[in-house]
Write a protein that binds this ligand. Sequence first.
Ligand SMILES: Cc1ncc(COP(=O)(O)O)c(C=O)c1O
Length: 408
Amino acid sequence: MSLQEEQRLDAAFLMQTYGRKPVEFVRGDGIRLYDDTGAEYLDFLAGVGAVSVGHTNPRVVKAIQGQAEKLLHVSNYYYVEGRGALAQKLSGLLNRGLPADAATPWRTFFANSGAEAVEGAIKVARKYGAHRLEGASTVIAARRSFHGRTLAALAATGQHSKRDSFEPIPQGFVHVDLGDVHALKALLHQGIGGKAICALLLEVIQGEGGVYPCTEEYLHAARELTAETGALLMLDEVQTGFYRTGERPFAFQHYGIVPDVVTLAKGLGAGVPIGALCARGPAAETFEPGDHGSTFGGSPLAVAAANAVLDELEALDIGPQVAEVGAYLQQQLKRLPLVTEVRGRGLMVGIELSRPVAEQVVSAGLEHRLVLNSIGRHILRFLPPLVCTKADVDLLIERLQKIMEASE
Ligand SMILES: Cc1ncc(COP(=O)(O)O)c(C=O)c1O
């Protein structure tokens, strides 16, 4: 079907929740995408950070094909081949780098998306607060954060523009400025409106908000203060997880802290929908049979894909490559016209532009066969597949240089 026909049907029959770009991708290979006319693009967005091992990765394709021929779905009433092994792998990755005596096992609940993983985390926090913190029920989250589009995840999201049309949204959330240790300390110790705090929910690097990393000092304070008060430290690694930020599987591991709860999705399925809510210690024992569930979560297909993704990430030894190519990307981006700041880590990078032309750069990018992403009018975000090479970065920079010069 042609792009024009797709656009006509979309306009007539889909809810108009996205301002879509005028392109229809029909095929992918590694970092490359191909549209309906056969034109080749370099993908620096990777399905918003999801396609970790690249498009049509052979190991993942084979796993999906093999599973599709065997069994797609049975529900969570039964055991599923590979699901325990996947949770065990996640536990190992979450404990990576810890001395054996400090590594407590993690339990996982499988969901279908990042927002669902966050919803589950909020439920864990509420039940944990009710039972272990004398009814504490308020969750602290950060201004400018993003945690998903379901109602509780939206309530946690620190962006009014995404929340305000959906009032009344769930209560029991309070937002703080990322980096303000004093405000955090006061809230955790005193609560708010007579209500105590059951959890602190943070992104280690805010993604949708514009690529803003937590400082080392802030994350350490977050860990220490929550440990003091008993509140859970919940890190939303939906975007930062699975080597997105470099050497280590998860962003928190670069900071030498260990949270109580972690939410995951995107890179775990490399395009197949899957989310995961992981917890350790008492938080991991909060849910009991009947507390939470999902028809599709942890289905045979998603499990097979995710097992293949994790095996592939390890086989590629992707961490050092992401760190090296990411550092190169940052260094090259700094040399471009209009760029006033480069933020991020690994292959999660944002640049701040001196003029409000980010959206125009994204549109021009398509003409130069680049898949780009803007946040607001001043920020461009880069989230390529983790298999991105320095040669791919060179092509990006060459094309961006031309686009930026024309926008100056
Ligand atoms: C940090 C974070 N949490 C949650 C979500 C929501 O994930 P999903 O779109 O899979 O529901 C996102 C999506 O971008 C995210 O970046």
